[in-house]
Write a new protein. Sequence first.
Length: 305
Amino acid sequence: MHAIAHALIDQFIDMGHADLVRQYTTPLPLRVLVEFLGLPEEDTTFIKQWCTDHMLLSVPGIGAAQQLQSAQTEVAFSHYIEALIAARQRQPQEDVLSALITARVEGERPLDGGELHALVEQLLFAGHETTTNLLGTTLFHLLRDATLWHAVHTDPRLIVPAVEEGLRYDAPVQGMFRMTTEAVELGGVTIPAGARVFVVFGAANHDAQMFTAPDRFDLQRPQTDKHLALGHGIHYCLGAPLARLEARIAIAVLVQRLPALHLVPAQTITYLPSLLNRALQHLYVRWGTASSSEENRARGESLTH
């Protein structure tokens, strides 16, 4: 993870400016994940396109053209996963995908094709998209207040609470759909059994009864890890340790290499139009003596990309 972070920064450090989402927070978790699963690095562009189209497919009002593109990407990605599984079944490798295929537990049947397919898709999506979003929003909130960025540079121990506060303050996944198993009363309203509900734990993370001044990004917040951004109980995120480690390393390397990093002023902060995912589209930053023309050109190229 350290090596990947440094390699990515090496690609843009001499430019004096960057779009952190496109050049850092997106490729870093994705490269970690494809190495973890044993997939070719050259497939990362296609995997990222699938993740974006997968999110957009559930967005109301995106239009017929985008719906068609997203659906076509879903089909192409399904064929891609099927081919990967078939290749590993023929010739297992030293990777997680092969381990899933060859896993055996006494008294239980092996994972079938449908289960393997669903697991790989889930790992590819949840294993990097949420970390990318966590990194993007956390870096945005650290950089929008120069004292916070200076604080994590001066005292790297603050990176751990910074990641937890990023999870709480601006959760990468804002909520999930659930089905009630029995009738329950909430806020004077009875929700019947079998009702489909949208549990917004992103709102729960701003509960003033749990967090003092919840709308403040606070690196000194006590018990800041008591948020629900990673779920709870049997629904707790399986990849939480990996996501936390990636985010801590990514921020630590970035603040070490670019302590003078700051936001390009007057930029428009936009998010993917998704009900579930808090996905920052761009984060333009600069350092050193980059000229305005260079920055504008980089922003134009990023928007076109």
